[in-house]
Ligand binder design. Structure first.
Ligand SMILES: CC(C)(COP(=O)(O)OP(=O)(O)OC[C@H]1O[C@@H](n2cnc3c(N)ncnc32)[C@H](O)[C@@H]1OP(=O)(O)O)[C@@H](O)C(=O)NCCC(=O)NCCS
Length: 372
């Protein structure tokens, strides 16, 4: 076998997809620029677009939204399960477990018909935010809050999390970050979902694969790590010493670098601007200025740009959310993309099974244990 292999599958095109395009002009979902979607669309509208390859009419969006809100409830067993998990367990580990559990209570879990797949997708998109909110409340020994079907997915999540309905501006800022996170081609967790789908495994199994893959620090786990780092640095004056020290030790700086974007992540300017406004409003200019300075220094010293996790972590912090659920919020948003990719994989399937380059010993002679 050739030794000319592609570590990390870098730059390898493995399948055709009509969901997301990343090119010189930026990032687009089904042909629409993410910048335009973030400015004008609602999250449910983006989910519809990703799943249907077209923007909805007003009537279609009403029906789609109603179908999602119709699933704004969790099986009693799931709430009980959450109430019994260790409070100190990381929310991503609990989410991974609970999505697997949720599949046990879905009578259509193993039904691979397009109609059943559709129903499962609606249930997963509606219920994942409820699960994350319930996990967060359980962690803080707070009682479960029932969803409000009058609220959008973004507003309802914030409501179920805090027990207080968010203002329109807050809900919209949060929704914007969900849209920016909703889809991103063959990132590691989406690829994991597609690899699982390609074996003809059911949708819940695919989403469990995706969440398990998202959890790591080099992928979705980075938004939590990035804000923790900014809080540790604490002030702009401390950036120089922090960075010099970490780079000397050859440590990875969370929220920087990207496998695909080597000249900057198109989602960053939108999130940076959103953070600037929030920081002003919340009188948190110190942390924002720390973030901007670190970004400048990373570019100067390492030629590395900030990525989506850097500023989304800051945005969620400025919205008053707790860092331990930041990666779960990423999962809530990316669930839209996962479900689009799973559906596409099922309809144009080819088992995903690459080869490895063997570097181990060869031709050894087996000796029975008493002769070794
Ligand atoms: C995202 C990431 C995994 C991409 O990895 P990749 O495409 O394999 O890129 P590489 O790891 O080959 O990086 C190229 C070089 O830049 C360095 N580098 C990349 N990201 C870095 C970071 N965040 N901090 C410090 N150095 C970094 C690497 O050490 C490597 O240096 P070398 O050539 O001297 O060995 C990587 O940039 C990273 O670990 N970032 C931090 C985690 C993060 O923010 N993840 C979220 C991504 S959206």
């Amino acid at each position: 076998m050739s030794t000319d292999h592609h570590a990390g599958l870098e730059d390898i095109e493995v399948l055709e997809s009509s969901i997301c395009e990343i090119n010189q002009k930026g990032l687009s979902f089904r042909g629409f620029s993410v910048v335009d979607l973030a400015a004008g669309a609602g999250f449910e509208e983006v989910v519809y677009l990703l799943w249907n390859d077209a923007l909805p009419s007003a009537q279609e969006l009403r029906e789609f939204t109603a179908a999602i809100r119709g699933e704004y409830k969790l099986p009693r067993e799931i709430i009980e399960h959450i109430n019994h998990v260790p409070r100190e367990a990381h929310p991503m580990a609990v989410l991974r477990t609970l999505i697997s559990s949720l599949g046990l209570y879905d009578p259509e879990a193993a039904d691979m018909s397009p109609q059943a797949q559709r129903g499962k997708a609606i249930r997963l998109i509606a219920k994942m935010p409820l699960i994350v909110a319930a996990i967060a409340r359980h962690r803080n020994a707070k009682a479960h809050v029932e969803a409000d079907p009058e609220l959008s997915l973004a507003a309802n999540f914030l409501y179920c999390l805090s027990g207080t309905k968010p203002g329109a501006a807050t809900a919209r800022l949060f929704e914007t970050s969900l849209i920016l996170y909703a889809e991103h081609e063959l990132n590691a967790s989406t690829f994991a979902a597609r690899t699982t789908a390609a074996t003809q495994a059911d949708t819940y199994s695919c989403i469990v694969s995706a969440i398990s893959t998202l959890q790591g620090n080099l992928h979705g786990g980075a938004n939590q790590r990035a804000i923790e780092m900014l809080l540790t640095i604490g002030k702009p004056d401390a950036v120089d010493e922090y960075l010099t020290d970490r780079l000397k030790k050859k440590e990875i700086i969370m929220g920087f670098g990207h496998r695909v974007y080597k000249d900057g992540d198109p989602r960053v300017p939108i999130l940076r601007e959103l953070c600037a406004g929030l920081a002003e409003q919340k009188k948190e200019k110190n942390i924002f200025e720390t973030a901007v300075l670190l970004e400048k220094e990373m570019l100067k010293r390492k030629k590395l740009h900030a990525n989506v996790d850097y500023y989304s972590g800051l945005a969620f912090y400025l919205l008053g959310l707790s860092a331990d659920i930041f990666t779960c919020i990423f999962a809530i948003a990316r669930n839209a993309g996962y479900l689009a990719h799973i559906a596409e994989q099922y309809t144009q399937n080819k088992l995903i099974r690459p080869r490895g380059v063997y570097t181990g010993k060869q031709n050894l002679k087996y000796l029975p244990i008493e002769k070794r």
